[in-house]
Design a protein around this ligand. Structure first.
Ligand SMILES: [Cu+2]
Length: 244
């Protein structure tokens, strides 16, 4: 992994404020990037924050897409997260998106826009729930109050698997098709980057990297995996405690 810092201060001003609002709005739709209200406030004050560009590459240097990247201050500090909503749809006998990353406290809808009924469940420690067989009639959203990985299954279609990564980190998102994620408006300081994906096989301790973000700068961090990607995603936990 390497870190570099480029010079130059991107003027935030009005465009920065719209970017922050846009980022908050995208949380509702694509869950690409999340910002706390605090960070939005800092963005509104002008050029006082830095950017962090993270790239996740495999052993051959190819970008790894749809990897979850979370960035938290090395020294924990309080961030007030906004109450957010997100969507984990079901289409063509699959969860869409396959991987969703949300802040602790986010409510997630499971609308089922498929042509068949699904019975979605999770047995993960971070959240146990089950949505009785449904199609058309929506269940109320499920709120994820605890940090951790929630692995989704469907009781009808065993091949369906999806992941909700619930984080209390103030900055997070998923890498794009080139393995890149840009996070904006980070207050300067030391941060801890964590990476997760159902197809990444590296031990979790090697997927944590420390980085220093300077105000007014763009810091880049390239994280190269040491193991080959999994051919199949990590399996979901066995249904050992079916209690519904
Ligand atoms: Cu199903």
């Amino acid at each position: 992994m390497s870190h570099t810092v480029s010079s130059g201060c991107r003027r935030l001003g009005a465009s920065g404020r719209s970017a922050a609002r846009f980022a908050i709005a995208t949380q509702h739709f694509a869950n690409k990037i999340a910002f706390s209200w605090l960070v939005a406030l800092i963005g509104a004050t002008g050029c006082s924050a830095g950017e962090l560009a993270v790239t996740v590459v495999d052993r051959l240097g190819q970008g790894v897409s749809e990897a979850v990247v979370t960035v938290a201050p090395a020294v924990p500090r309080a961030y007030r997260q906004s109450a957010a909503t997100a969507i984990m749809d079901q289409r063509d006998l699959a969860f869409t998106p396959r991987v969703l990353v949300v802040a602790v406290g986010t409510s997630v809808e499971f609308p089922n826009n498929d042509t068949v009924s699904h019975q979605v469940y999770s047995f993960s420690e971070a959240k146990h729930f089950q949505l009785p067989l449904y199609k058309g009639v929506r269940h109320p959203p499920i709120t994820f109050e605890h940090e951790g990985l929630v692995v989704l299954g469907c009781n009808i279609h065993d091949e369906m698997v999806g992941y909700i990564y619930v984080t209390d980190a103030p900055f997070f998102g998923k890498t794009d098709s080139g393995g890149m994620l840009n996070l904006q408006e980070l207050p300067g300081g030391d941060y801890r980057i964590s990476v997760w994906s159902p197809i990444i096989a590296d031990p979790s301790q090697t997927l944590i990297h420390n980085v220093h973000v300077d105000q007014h700068e763009t810091t880049t961090s390239r994280i190269q995996l040491i193991r080959e990607l999994r051919a199949r995603p990590e399996p979901r936990p066995r249904r050992t405690d079916w209690a519904y």
